[in-house]
Design a binder for this molecule. Structure first.
Ligand code: PLP
Length: 393
């Protein structure tokens, strides 16, 4: 069984504990230093890529400012994200409108504020872009496999068949847009690196066919996100991803290496967060039950939505590394919705001497948590987030 040291070393852990000691639970502590380290590492692993941070994974001002200062670009999904990022001084040339589902008036809004890079995956959306964001660069998102091996799949809803992508690129040119490239997303927390191989091969086919048959020379591949954060189920290191994916690219594009965009969310910010919760109740449902129910003050509706279907398995620890005996628990949240159970099939192990009032720490919760909180379900407010500042050099 994994221990806390598999995720944070003692110094790092002390930093989290010290900082959170006197804070009310539930709360999320984000260590900006970890995001900075992850960003620098990503740039080192993929030196040829341009990074567009997927703002949705953690839209906090502090995170956006940090990545702004590290020269990141930003992948934006709505006018609200757009306003926020622009208000923090990011120039529109550093932004893409990556959501393929857009209201026409929002396309116009983005265009008027200077954004010139748009994703699409349908004819209707493409025509709207041509009309409300004339001459902009567009990239077409293709459907890819990968839902079996991604912990949080993004397939099906987005992207189109490569044959349709071909037609959309041709039409983009006819409509006076700049047909710029192809994008895909192999699914978030994608554990099978080979999924990029297949997606890149499909992209290669489109680059070749469009050049040979239509004389359209695409320039860019947007390889989306999907890179891992550290959860209970192990994933390869980012360096393994980089090495393999770079090889696929070189094999498929030996003479015409394209511009590469990455849109990481989870892998940049996931590991930066520790969610601090408190045990509210411990019970058993019958006199001989082998497992305890442990109810905490955080749940699916205030931060842990990605435990749906037990998809993301966060490391959960008490303050001390376990030295006593452990027993099976079902972990559930505080609301009056019976869906508000985080882990039931997979039995987490917590100390037998756990008592009400103890704190449980949910590790690697920097991505897709605070922004997913409900506003007032059962009256519970969204979780508060706090930021550990960068260390001074
Ligand atoms: C959510 C999203 C991402 C981020 O994916 P991660 O797996 O969190 O890195 C990137 N691109 C698009 C278009 C997305 O919707």
């Amino acid at each position: 069984m994994a221990t806390r040291r598999d995720f944070y070393d003692d110094a790092q852990w002390e930093r989290f504990l010290d900082f959170s000691k006197n804070l009310e639970t539930p709360c999320l502590i984000i260590d900006l230093e970890i995001i900075k380290r992850n960003y620098i590492d990503l740039k080192k692993q993929f030196p040829y890529a341009t990074v567009f941070y997927a703002v949705k994974s953690n839209p906090a001002k502090e995170v956006i400012e940090l990545l702004r200062d590290l020269d990141s670009n930003f992948d934006i999904a709505s006018i609200y994200e757009l306003d926020k990022v622009l208000s923090l001084g990011v120039k529109p040339e550093r932004l893409s409108y990556g959501n393929t589902i857009k209201r026409t008036k929002d396309i116009k809004y983005f265009y008027e504020r200077g954004v010139r890079l748009f994703a699409t995956d349908s004819k209707a959306d493409l025509q709207n872009i041509a009309k409300y964001a004339p001459a902009s660069k567009v990239f077409v998102r293709i459907l890819v496999e990968g839902s079996e091996t991604a912990d949080w799949p993004l397939s099906k809803k987005f992207g189109c068949h490569p044959d349709m992508a071909y037609n959309l690129i041709v039409e983009a040119k006819e409509l006076g847009l700049d047909p710029y490239g192809i994008s895909f997303h192999v699914g978030s927390q994608q554990r099978d690196i080979g999924q990029w191989d297949e997606a890149i091969a499909k992209t290669r086919y489109l680059f070749t066919a469009l050049e040979e048959e239509e004389n359209i020379r695409l320039k860019m591949i947007n390889m989306g996100g999907g890179f891992p954060a550290h959860y209970m189920q192990k994933a390869n290191d980012l360096s393994d991803y980089a090495q393999e994916i770079t090889r696929y690219l070189k094999e498929d594009f030996p003479y015409d290496f394209p511009e590469i965009i990455l849109e990481p969310g989870r892998s940049l910010v996931g590991d930066s967060g520790v969610l601090v919760s408190e045990v509210i109740l411990i019970s058993r449902k019958n006199n001989t039950a082998l497992h305890r129910w442990v109810y905490v003050d955080v749940g699916k509706f205030n931060g842990l939505i990605e435990t749906l279907d037990e998809s993301i398995k966060y490391p959960v620890f008490t303050e001390q590394d376990f030295n006593g005996k452990l027993g099976d628990v079902i972990l559930a949240g505080p609301t009056c919705d019976s869906q508000d159970i985080m882990y039931e099939k997979l039995k987490y192990q917590l100390p037998l001497n756990l008592v009400v009032g103890d704190r449980l720490y949910w590790l690697s919760t920097g991505a897709y948590t605070s922004s997913y909180c409900s506003v007032e379900f059962n009256g519970f407010p969204p979780m508060k987030a706090y930021f550990l500042p960068l260390k001074q050099d």
